[in-house]
Ligand binder design. Structure first.
Ligand SMILES: Nc1ncnc2c1ncn2[C@@H]1O[C@H](COP(=O)(O)OP(=O)(O)OP(=O)(O)O)[C@@H](O)[C@H]1O
Ligand SMILES: [Mg+2]
Length: 330
């Protein structure tokens, strides 16, 4: 059906078990992304952004037992419970990935051209010759100048920005319908970050892909994303259209993140307006809203029960009893 979301995540919970710890980095999160749309997932370090996106696709490190519940549907197909062999077929083909560190996605001893072509051979069943031609098209698409010469180079011969362009070309080689970009600009020089973000946005629109853009930087969200999920301590604090949420953030945590964006009018040397305090450790269970200790709006009731995500208006959902119900009685 045309209007069905390409990716539909519903009440997703992820428990991770290692020899040393048991944590729940994702706790009942829901969102969806349609073809041609970009969803930003924002939140501080450790809030569960990476696990939420990669655990359902079988991309967790070894040594961790991953337990998933809820539902993750890609093109209507349920991923939770799908055998690993089936999930493996989707990786790189239906879903392309861009990881934070461009080097980790590249093989240091193989030429760029071969690495891109291999993905086209694997996922599109292309002959090596057709795949070479496709690799050339892809490096042009990602804005690499002198593409034929670049294809013969090795990753260490490229700058960080060029490497990330190659990583994007590799991610696009299987013609994915969904691109998941996990902090795609964090490892890059500030001057290059905006270029890479623009490139991602441009290819997403041109290829009419769905994109999930994971970031801890509210500054990259405006202009790049259609919708946003703000994560705090394994849960969604707020969700809605970017235009509405950035202009009128409801959850105190969303407001804090927006206030933390440096502004042009800030005097040089001005104190960083970051959010005071730290997010809670996930292993320590908390009864109420996890943001309570850092919240300037908190009332006693906030510590008693974890607030559900409730619709405030339009398509905006907020998990805050004070926003949703005023000064609730303790
Ligand atoms: N391999 C792992 N083994 C054990 N626990 C893990 C592992 N990976 C993640 N976790 C747990 O899941 C939590 C969320 O991790 P995740 O990587 O999803 O955070 P994030 O929001 O992507 O943070 P960042 O912005 O730093 O990338 C961590 O705080 C940690 O408790
Ligand atoms: Mg992460």
């Amino acid at each position: 059906m045309r209007n069905e979301p390409l990716l539909s995540v519903s009440n997703l919970t992820v428990n991770l078990l290692t020899a040393k710890s048991a944590v729940r980095p994702v706790d009942g999160v829901s969102y969806s992304v349609r073809q041609g749309e970009c969803l930003a997932i924002v939140g501080e370090s450790g809030s569960g952004k990476t696990v939420m996106n990669f655990a359902p696709l079988g991309l967790m490190p070894t040594g961790v037992t991953t337990m998933l519940s809820g539902s993750v549907k890609l093109e209507g197909r349920e991923l939770i419970g799908l055998p690993e062999a089936e999930i493996q077929k989707l990786r790189g083909k239906s879903v392309g990935f861009i990881f934070q560190d461009p080097m980790s996605a590249l093989n240091p001893v193989r030429r760029i051209g071969r690495q891109i072509a291999e993905m086209a051979e694997l996922h599109l069943n292309m002959t090596p010759k057709a795949a070479e031609a496709r690799a050339l098209e892809l490096v042009k698409l990602v804005g690499i100048s002198d593409p034929a010469a670049r294809l013969r180079q090795y990753p260490h011969e490229l700058s960080g920005g060029l490497r990330q362009r190659v990583v994007i070309a590799i991610a696009l080689a299987g013609e994915p319908k969904l691109l998941i970009a996990d902090e795609p600009t964090t490892a890059l020089d500030v001057t290059v970050q905006a270029q890479i973000l623009r490139l991602l946005k441009d290819v997403q629109k041109r290829l009419n892909m769905a994109m999930v853009l994971i970031t801890h930087d509210m500054g990259v969200v405006a202009g790049a994303a259609d919708n946003i999920v703000v994560m705090y301590a394994a849960r969604a604090a707020e969700r809605g259209p970017v235009d509405t949420v950035l202009v009128n953030p409801r959850h105190p945590y969303t407001r804090g993140l927006i206030n933390a964006i440096p502004r042009r009018e800030d005097p040089v040397g001005a104190e960083f307006r970051g959010l005071p305090g730290l997010p809670p450790a996930l292993a320590a269970p908390f009864k109420g809203c996890a943001f309570t200790p850092r919240c300037d709006m908190a009332v006693p009731a906030c510590s008693l029960a974890r607030p559900p995500l409730e619709q405030v208006d339009g398509n905006v959902f907020v998990a805050c009893p004070v926003v949703n119900h005023g000064k609730v009685a303790a």
